[in-house]
Structures are given as structure tokens and as C-alpha cells.
Design a binder for this molecule. Structure first.
Ligand code: FAD
Length: 279
């Protein structure tokens, strides 16, 4: 069972709990992006099992009528086995989503996986237009060129700052430089695209910039935040009419995800310690 302290960041261990969480967020006007926790499988059977779990989840979402979609990790559905296995599973999941009028996001992992992930996205989005979205990371120096390349691809793009430690040769490592790259990429996205822009950030400055750019260009966008991070802001933005989606992980492999969230921010650590010592 997930301890209450981790429940802030994780929607539950089972699909019914995850769907129940989605229902509650929908009541606040917030859509939900469900992610089954799991990554870096080197056994094809594990990658197959999670692919099957996502296929079943898509059916459950379609049956439930919830405002929910899914987000998969490349290494969860086969990328650590081979590029081909990953693309085969990715295509199978998006094909089913397309039939069900559902939606699939793909997370972006470390920089060694960027080429294979973007190649698969580009090909699958062409086959199943507007059924799939890809995360891209502003800390990578290559991202501006990638955004240019993906400009006309019929899939959504989620812009994030980037969660992986990458070498200075390929990535901006100073926070201020990453923020500058994020702002530049956001401006570029609004200039280049007339739909399918997702702002994957909790940063009020970036969200305000997206709002300004959207008004200037007359382009829709959505804000995506993680479960347990600025939950009140998620509700407030939705109440103001902004499209907001919450990324909500679920599943039994919650411990390392919870640990990452807590390490990320001193405030979360204090919160965790208080819960442990009961103060
Ligand atoms: P930060 O630079 O961390 O924070 C900026 C400001 O945001 C802070 O000053 C504060 O005002 C506010 N803020 C941030 N956190 C909190 C908090 N806990 N409480 C209150 N205020 C806060 N990364 C990847 O590499 N690949 C992915 O596929 C990926 N998917 C993501 C999907 C979603 C929906 C989101 C939201 C993030 C994803 N990330 C992913 C993580 C991302 O790359 C960043 O590491 C993470 O979002 C932190 O950056 P930030 O933009 O939120 O702002």
C-alpha cells in the first residue's frame, strides 16, 4: 500500500484508483495524463507487459468517459531492448488510441534516446494524426533544430526544461540558461505552430509567457503539471479557462518516483520529514 505521504504524488497502485483520481481532478476542470510507473526494462517480456497494460488502460479510459489520456516512457515499452521493439509497441498503442479517439503522450528520457524517440514520433504521428504528442527538453542544445524539424508534424509537443543531467557539450546546465532556452523555444513554438502546444512546467513565469504568446498569435495551448506540485494553481488556471492537464503516475513501482519528487525540492523534503515524524 502507498503511504499517505507518497499519495500526494502518486494516484494509487491500481487502475481503479488511478481512474478515481482522474474523476476527482476532472471535477475541478483538470484533465489527467496517466502514467504507469516503470522504466528501463531490458527484458522484452516486461516491455510487452506494460504495452498491454497501456492498451487495456486506453479501453478503460474510453469506457469511463473521463477527460484522460496516457503518457508512456520509451524505455518502458522496449527502447532498452531495441529501437524496433520500442517503435513497434509505440505504434500499436497509438493505433489503438486513434481507433478509440484517445490520446497518447511519449515522455523524453536521457539524450542517448532522443533520436530514436523523435524518429518514432515523427513516423507514428504522420500515420495517426493528432493522436500522439511528444515531450521535448529545452536544456538540450539540439532542441531548437528538433522543434524546427517537428514544426509541421501532426502531433502535439510538450515543452519541458529537462529532468536529466546531461554533459555540458550537449546541454545547458545553468538554471538561468535553461530558462532562457525554454523562453526562446516557447516563442519559437508559437511562431511555428498553430496548434498542439503544451507547456510542461510549474514555473509561473513560463505560464505567463505562454499566455501572452497565445493571445498574440491567437493559438490554443495547454498547461501540464505534475500531480502534487502546485495543485491549487492547476485548479485556479482551469477555473480561469486555461486547458490544464495533470500528469498523474500510478502503479506499484512508486518508490523511486516518490524519492525523485522529494529530492527535487527542499520544500517537498520538509513536507516528507514532517509526515514521517508526525509534526
Ligand atoms: P523549475 O525550474 O523546477 O521551477 C520554476 C518555478 O516553478 C519555481 O521557482 C516555482 O515558482 C515553481 N515550482 C516548481 N516546483 C514547485 C513546487 N514543487 N512547488 C511550488 N512551486 C514550484 N522531464 C523530462 O526530461 N522528460 C519528460 O518526459 C518530462 N515530462 C514532464 C511532464 C510534465 C507534465 C511536467 C510538469 C514535467 C515533466 N518533466 C519531464 C520534468 C521537467 O523537465 C522539469 O524537470 C520539471 O518540470 C521542473 O521544471 P519546471 O519547469 O517545473 O520549473
Amino acid at each position: 500500500m502507498i503511504p499517505p505521504i507518497a499519495r500526494r504524488f502518486v494516484a494509487g497502485e491500481s487502475v481503479p484508483e488511478a481512474l478515481e483520481h482522474a474523476r476527482a481532478r476532472n471535477e475541478d476542470g483538470v484533465a489527467v495524463i496517466l502514467n504507469l510507473l516503470g522504466e528501463h526494462y531490458d527484458d522484452p517480456a516486461d516491455a510487452r507487459a506494460d504495452t498491454d497494460a497501456y492498451l487495456a488502460l486506453l479501453e478503460d479510459i474510453a469506457d469511463s468517459g473521463l477527460d484522460a489520456c496516457i503518457s508512456v516512457k520509451p524505455s518502458q515499452i522496449g527502447l532498452d531492448v531495441s529501437d524496433d521493439l520500442f517503435e513497434e509497441h509505440y505504434r500499436e498503442i497509438v493505433a489503438r488510441a486513434h481507433e478509440l479517439d484517445a490520446f497518447v503522450w511519449c515522455d523524453m528520457e536521457d539524450a542517448d534516446t532522443t533520436d530514436a524517440t523523435l524518429d518514432a514520433f515523427e513516423s507514428i504521428a504522420a500515420e495517426y494524426p493528432w493522436s500522439v504528442g511528444q515531450c521535448v527538453q529545452s536544456n538540450l542544445k539540439r532542441t531548437r533544430e528538433d522543434l524546427d524539424r517537428l514544426g509541421d508534424v501532426p502531433g502535439k509537443l510538450r515543452l519541458v526544461k529537462g529532468a536529466y543531467d546531461e554533459p555540458k557539450s550537449i546541454a545547458y546546465t545553468e538554471k538561468s540558461r535553461v530558462n532562457e532556452a525554454y523562453r526562446d523555444d516557447l516563442r519559437f513554438l508559437f511562431e511555428r505552430r498553430d496548434r498542439g502546444i503544451a507547456v510542461g512546467s510549474h514555473d509561473p513565469g513560463m505560464i505567463a509567457l505562454a499566455d501572452r504568446l497565445a493571445r498574440e498569435h491567437g493559438t490554443d495551448y495547454e498547461v501540464q503539471m505534475l500531480m502534487g506540485v502546485r495543485d491549487a494553481a492547476q485548479r485556479d488556471l482551469a477555473a480561469q479557462g486555461v486547458d490544464v492537464a495533470q500528469y498523474a503516475p500510478y502503479g506499484t513501482k512508486w518508490l523511486s518516483y516518490f524519492y525523485r519528487r522529494v529530492r527535487e525540492r527542499r520544500q517537498n523534503l520538509t513536507f516528507a520529514l514532517r509526515a514521517v515524524v508526525g509534526r
